[in-house]
Design a protein around this ligand. Structure first.
Ligand code: 13P
Ligand code: SF4
Length: 355
């Protein structure tokens, strides 16, 4: 169904749909989107900003989400009124979100209760998770976090109950808890394929932070050794990484934070600064282009594009917009009840705590 047209023609056709709808149609883009998609978007941002935007939209009838599936789901859950949320390619999932199936999490939670009791466990899920997992966490009195509010929310969770159970990203969970003073010795990884996560019951009882065995394959491409090599070549390079990187990488970085934090930190640095960045390559290349007076490189320039984010391209966007214009919107993302109300409760609570 995707048009095979020149880039210029696709741009013109996209623009013509946008002109037709005006403010009734908005295109949101995550920072990892291809440059040609970001150029055409109305709003770009990190996961928290895009969720906040979706929750505040009243005028748009259509939100075209250039990002991955969990982000479009979040937008549908938080939308105001009758908006239609479209993900231009349904294959744009998040490998990390797929690592925590809500049923597996529920089973693990029950096993943990067997050992430590219900009142002891606070579940927290990273926003990179399915709506079903968000709903489960809401049912258990837990929370959702993003990379930009993780510090605040994990700090709250640690005060509320004895054990924090963090899904799906072990690295964001570990890095955040460590920054809050928890020793990695008091953290354990829960392997969902093994009974009791593959852990001894005595070991479970001593755990303060239980980490689901999930990760982002893109952020696993950065290593402490690559940072050492960059510093050995030129010690003027400052290292900035996303907290989905391993603890070794984050510990060696000068700064760590969300995609938006990375964009702003480099933009606000003095002219002539040198930065090596540990996050997705589309974003690193864009920061380099937008900061021509600075040197901006990737910690690892190979293999760190997010393949699923990249699925959204001009042919998919042209097709999705033209289907909307014909009145036959395709790839509409809808979260149904009761998942919707539960996940919404948890997302709104997170937004409230992020102010
Ligand atoms: P941010 O919320 O920092 O944009 O991260 C989203 C993500 O998927 C990073 O891999
Ligand atoms: Fe998911 Fe990793 Fe891609 Fe982010 S970069 S969307 S966590 S797979």
């Amino acid at each position: 169904p995707y048009p095979s047209l020149s880039i210029e023609e696709m741009r013109l056709r996209i623009q013509s749909v946008r002109d037709h709808f005006g403010k009734k149609l908005v295109i949101l883009a995550h920072h990892y989107q291809r440059p040609e998609i970001v150029e055409l978007s109305d709003i770009r941002g990190d996961s928290l900003q895009l969720a906040q935007y979706a929750a505040s939209q009243k005028d748009a009838d259509y939100i075209v989400f250039c990002g991955v599936h969990f982000m479009a789901e979040g937008s549908d859950i938080l939308k105001r009124g009758n908006q239609t949320i479209v993900l231009p390619d349904l294959g744009a999932g998040c490998d990390m979100a797929d690592m925590a199936d809500a049923d597996d999490v529920e089973e693990a939670f029950e096993q943990l209760i067997d050992v430590v009791g219900h009142e002891s466990i606070m579940p927290v899920t990273y926003i990179n998770s399915t709506a079903a997992l968000k709903a489960f966490v809401a049912k258990k009195g837990g929370m959702i976090c993003t990379s930009s509010n993780a510090h605040k929310i994990v700090s709250w969770a640690l005060k509320e109950r004895k054990i924090l159970f963090f899904y799906p990203d072990q690295h964001l969970g570990r890095n955040t808890a460590k920054q809050l003073g928890i020793s990695p010795n008091n953290m354990n990884i829960w392997n969902p394929k093994k009974p009791f996560g593959g852990l001894e019951k005595e070991n479970i009882k001593q755990t303060q932070v239980m980490l689901w065995q999930g990760c982002c394959p893109v952020h696993m491409m950065f290593s402490a050794k690559q940072i050492d090599l960059i510093r050995a070549k030129d010690p003027e390079y400052k290292i900035i990484s996303h907290p989905e990187c391993s603890m070794e990488v984050v510990d060696k970085s000068d700064f760590a934070g969300s995609t938006d934090f990375i964009v702003k930190t480099i933009a606000n640095s003095p002219s002539g600064s040198k930065w090596a960045v540990g996050t997705e390559l589309n974003l690193v290349n864009r920061i380099a282009k937008e900061n021509p007076d600075k040197s901006v490189i990737s910690i690892n320039p190979f293999m760190c594009l997010c393949g699923t984010m990249n699925r959204i391209d001009l042919p998919h966007l042209t097709w999705a917009l033209e289907e909307i214009a014909k009145g036959t919107a395709k790839n509409v993302i809808e979260v149904h009840e009761p998942t919707r109300s539960l996940a919404k409760q948890a997302l709104l609570r997170m937004l409230e705590m992020s102010i």
